[in-house]
Ligand binder design. Sequence first.
Ligand code: SF4
Length: 344
Amino acid sequence: MASVIRHDWHREELLALFALPFPDLLHRAASVHREQFDPAEVQVSTLLSVKTGGCPEDCAYCPQAQRYSTGVDAQKLMATDDVVAKARQAKAAGASRFCMGAAWRSPKDRDIPKVAAMIREVKALGLETCATLGMLSGAQATALREAGLDYYNHNLDTAPDYYDSIIHTRQYQDRLDTLAHVRDAGLKTCCGGIVGMGETREHRAGLLLALATLPAHPDSVPINRLVQVAGTPLHGTAELDPFEFVRMIAVARIVMPRSMVRLSAGREAMSDELQALCFLAGANSIFYGEKLLTTGNPDTERDLALFERLGLRPMPVTVDAAGHDHPGTVHADITTGGGCGRAA
Ligand code: SF4
């Protein structure tokens, strides 16, 4: 029997899933995965920044925050023509979706027409469009939607009760408000978080609970593993047990059965074996190729070789008669930088 899509999960249920014997948890997650997807197919995304660094926020994991000395130089918003040239390259490489990201706390109203122009031109190439620009007002979300934006990325980062250990320049409610504006504007959502930031299992369950009890499950759920960057406050944090990371993927798959669960930042440091366990646990989306924000990402060749060894294949692009893509879209997500929890 297919899993029921629920929005009424309780913390105790999630903690009970986390506590299952590892084989039982993976079996359950893999069963849910198979109900909803072909487990041999993995959605593929590519990242690029359109406006890097100089961010006024204080996310403790992020090398793009201007207050930390990380060697990331602040750059201005790219010219539309340059973005479109990148979009053409992405399309030629087989991408169907292109995400433009900027390291802003939130866009100023005067920025919106510039981003809207990018969206329109990228859309005109026949690509789907995605953006990650920070917090949005309802009017800004609507303006981006009217320009042709399909998806908006905005991560919750961590559990509500761990948030003020990581970020002080905004509140959890600010994130939830932007997600509501994005949904109300008719945009699809990409929303996840970061683990390995010194949080407890309860916090990890709390993040998944916050995601799984949103009015609509995010279409994509990026699960980032902290990439430690010298100069950021989280540099030197104890590494998360890799099996706990797999448990995080498995519980995400179980509580949000139809979402694309994405291996995001931190994948470069994962062994092939760990990535294979993640696929078994229900991950079905990765970043591929281009630099992932301001950190590295496994070479395309390594990914192709891993797919070959595991018998996996990129999800094909399928568009139905109404023009809606199915979850298997190949993406080129062009985003902001670093371990940016917002953008991955
Ligand atoms: S994660 Fe995003 S919002 Fe936070 S400092 Fe980095 S670029 Fe800014």
